[in-house]
Design a protein. Sequence first.
Length: 760
Amino acid sequence: MAADYSLRPSQKKVLEYQKGLMGISAVPGSGKTFTLSHLAVKLILSASMEPEQEILVVTFSNSAADNFSTRIGEKLHASGLLEGFGYRVRTLHGLANDIIRERPELVGLSRDFNIIDEAETNDILKDLVAVAMEAHYDYLFNLISEDFNEKKQADIYRKEMPGLLQNLATNWIKTVKDEQISLVQLQDWLSDSHSNPLLNICLEIYKGYQAALNYRGAIDFDDLIRYANECLDSDVNLCNQLQRRWLYVLEDEAQDSSKLQQSILEKIVGKNGNWVRVGDPNQAIYESFTTADPNLLKQFIAREHVRSIDLPVSGRSARSIINLANSMIEWVESEHPNFSVRDALSQPFIQPTSPHDPQANPPSLPGNIEIAAEAMTAEQELIFITKRVKEWLELNPESTIAVLTFVNKRASEIINHLKAHKVPVSDALMKVPEETRNSAGAISLILKSVLDPTHAGHLGTSFEVFYRHLTESDHDPVRKGFTTSDPGAKEVIKATSSLIKALKFTEVYLYPPDYEWKQAFNGEELSDTQLELLHTYRQAVVRWHRAAILPLDQLILVIAQDLVLQSSEIALIHKLSGLINTLSQNNPHWSVLDLLQQLIDISKNDRAFGTFSPKNDGFNPELYKGQVVIATMHKSKGLEWDKVFLTSANNYDYPSGDAGDVYTGEKWFIEGKRNLEAELLYDLDALKTEKNGGMMLRQYDKQTARDDIVRDRLRLFYVGLTRARKSLTISWNTGRMKNLKAALPVQILNKRMIGDERST
């Protein structure tokens, strides 16, 4: 391959790789995808591979896989080779699926097994949790603090306990699967044990969950990983076949790997294989109470026969932002008051680019970093954010901008406040984007009317949905005498909807001959426009009633044909139809109303709208210039914006071990504020250790879980800092009870910034 002078010296070192094991620590914005793509092309062009052999690239998300495929294909095309040959790019879950499909019978699966998404997993667990709460009422109720009176305790049990128990069961099941502990083993271990009763409750839920999956002929994302590993363990020939097929394995985002994921790749690589692992342990933000473990990458890099390389140079951020991020690494490593968490962040420090680098760092303009030191209430912070956003957009109307926070609820509050002040906002990175929620809501409102045809209220609401294109400004001008700029459209449609909602008998409007249906409105004076609107809508409703005998997914498509939709909405409704089809196949006992509820949950942001990957991806900030993107911190990983607002940076969202810090795992309503999840996972680990002849303390230390959370939040805060290219604003609020303070990293960085300013 010809020399590429756009590569930095550290990137060129990576391209010197020929074989064996190599570990790469890559700082944010260092171009790891760029570098790994170049390495893949170099190996394809230079390695002695047989026609059936490939380079395997494994990454974290579908969008990253697409990015790798595009980059590698373009470089091969420029070299005169055909794209798509000599390499394969997969997410880890996609790779696991490929492995199982080779020999599904090895793990007792049929060739047509299904994969259910996280939303359907949650639906199954929700039902099982309800059963468990009824069966174990006394034990679970007694977990609630006696500080509350009986009425409050009952309210807590009804509102808070189901979510807590479902979360406990979900993470316990994930851990059990990652540890490859079978149901038979669990039943044997717990049959003669006096362990935490929650273990037995979770075991019951797990048994019911696996039975539900078996009934559907389905597996979940965690099963994909463990079954792929079992396939490789069960068939040496399959293992050898894959080792020969994939001569090189290049792994991206290795800091998010779990023991089981690492095990799969180790088997594919073999004892003397070729494996390159790239990641940034400082960006491992999926560790706390999950199976991901950033120490696995650190341990790999430290192995004796692994070549270790750093990618420390980044052109993403202004030098002042780089200095702030490096200052945080330095403080955590050497000065954090909790010695146990000083390993949360580690070097290399981020280095700015050299003067002739093709991706030069943005200039550090005066005042491009602002840390709001004074306390603000939650409402005052919203006002502050809105003011600063408007100021930025006025000066930088074509820039990219993001407001990041920790939880979806706060993100929704920020969205609503910005919209109320006429700020252009995008929620495309939220749990379910607004466009998807709107499409699901529109279809579900119409379906309510079709499935309950005598309900005048549903029929009237459906009328408004049918004509929403006449009142929404983001649709093109259309027929019926209105354009989107006509202020009278909304009033006419609302008034006509009210007439429909007042009907005593909807059939009098819908089913007499054309010349008689007007009598349903009891002599109301209807304008020509209203008559036309009612006539057209009536014809559509009758068509929908005739189509109601079809399966729900097909009925959705019939309804969509009568709606005025943009191309993106059409695509979304087809995806929603596909989801309903999948759900109906996987849940043959569900009624039409059960399926309809799924659409309603999506419209309310209560249900994720999943893809094959368990992580949502495919977002490009450059497509949202001039709009404010609102996202949770976790959703921002891998992305960058010109301007970033890091909000709600208080000691609740980012605890550091100070007195008064609150930890989300220690529920306010549980007696003694026990961390039930941490206790549950510890007890499982202790049980496993004892059954294998070892010994662990039977008393769980709450501080261990606190330290895990602190490490996770320190890395999350670091990720937030390093999303900013040109400018960064950090703010915090005192919370609902007005008793919170600035997170410790905010306090420290603010002091250091003030000190730096004084010294200059």
